[in-house]
Design a protein around this ligand. Structure first.
Ligand code: NAD
Length: 287
């Protein structure tokens, strides 16, 4: 029987810490502000944006929503980002992805001022993650690390396997594990002997996007299993990349879906926005 690491519980703790720090910052005259841009009518994006606004209200941030129509041009979107880059009371800018097909995501990410890039997607922030000198941690991998720390798991010297090599989860996840001295392997769709590689992991992170992809025979006895996936199973029920029912008896620690990594992502976004606001406060008092 594995210990279930509750993202619900840990994310509530992170949000409470952010709220307390936000109150202190407000006493110095700085209220953290997050601008959230959503383009088009993607229902999943709408849910994410609503959750982010809700989290901002809970921790005491100001949030501004910019809901743009599907047919918004690249130029219009870049203009809005430029305005927000120059808006002093906005500390963080987030453009909800995916964008409609006619818009260039890369150009949009590049347009956000790195000091307001609370998703940590801008190449300058990605580079900082690589060298371990970061202002912002990418929200989902940072959430996974927070769960690992909360459970008291020491990464140093452990065999860590990350399944998935996306820019937003897999790659930065591997970096954060490496920075904590894990011996890290990144697996992907072309990996040979995936089962054997995974079965050697002390810490296994699944970020594949395939329901119940990780089966018991891919997991070592006593492994720590962290499930980033958010999928629907054959009955339309929310599930992760890990077959929880099969894997849980073999693991020492495991995160559930829902209630695992998912709630951590928004909590870490709040933390990044707070970091940006603290920097604004510091530069205000220096001037
Ligand atoms: P992605 O589609 O960009 O990347 C998936 C990765 O899985 C790719 O690198 C691919 O090489 C790898 N992959 C695909 N098939 C494979 C196979 N058969 N064997 C080994 N590797 C394989 O997805 P992503 O954006 O990294 O997201 C991954 C999952 O995490 C999705 O379910 C997504 O919804 C979820 N997600 C959750 C959060 C959260 O807040 N919890 C945040 C972001 C993404």
């Amino acid at each position: 029987m594995a210990v279930i690491i509750s993202g619900k519980e840990v994310s509530a703790k992170v949000r409470a810490e952010v709220k307390a720090e936000c109150e202190q910052l407000k006493e110095k005259g700085v209220t953290p502000g997050l601008a959230v841009i959503i383009v088009g009518n993607d229902p999943a994006s709408r849910v994410y944006v609503n959750n982010k606004k809700k989290a901002c209200a809970e921790v005491g941030f100001v949030s501004e929503e910019y809901a743009l129509p599907e047919e918004t041009s690249q130029e219009e979107l870049l203009q809005l980002i430029d305005q927000l880059n120059h808006k002093p009371e906005i500390d963080g800018i987030l453009c909800q992805l995916p964008l409609p097909k006619h818009l260039d995501e890369k150009a949009v990410i590049n347009a956000i001022a790195p000091e307001k890039d609370v998703d940590a997607f801008h190449p300058s922030n990605v580079g900082k993650i690589m060298i371990g000198d970061y202002r912002f941690l990418p929200c989902t991998p940072a959430g996974v690390m927070e769960l690992i720390h909360h459970a008291g798991i020491d990464v140093s010297g452990k065999n860590c396997v990350v399944i998935g090599r996306s820019n937003i989860v897999g790659k930065p996840m591997a970096m954060l594990l490496l920075h904590e001295n894990g011996t890290v392997t990144i697996c992907h769709s072309r990996t040979k002997n995936l089962k054997e590689v995974c079965a050697n992991a002390d810490i296994l992170v699944a970020a594949v996007g395939k329901p119940k992809f990780v089966k018991a025979d891919m997991v070592k006895d006593g492994a720590v299993v962290l499930d980033v996936g958010i999928n629907r199973d054959e009955n339309g029920k929310l599930c992760g990349d890990v077959d929880f029912k099969e894997v849980e008896p073999k693991a020492s620690y495991i995160t559930p879906v829902p209630g695992g990594v998912g709630p951590m992502t928004i909590a870490m976004l709040m933390k990044n926005t707070l970091t940006a606001a603290i920097e604004r406060g510091a530069s205000l008092s220096a001037n």
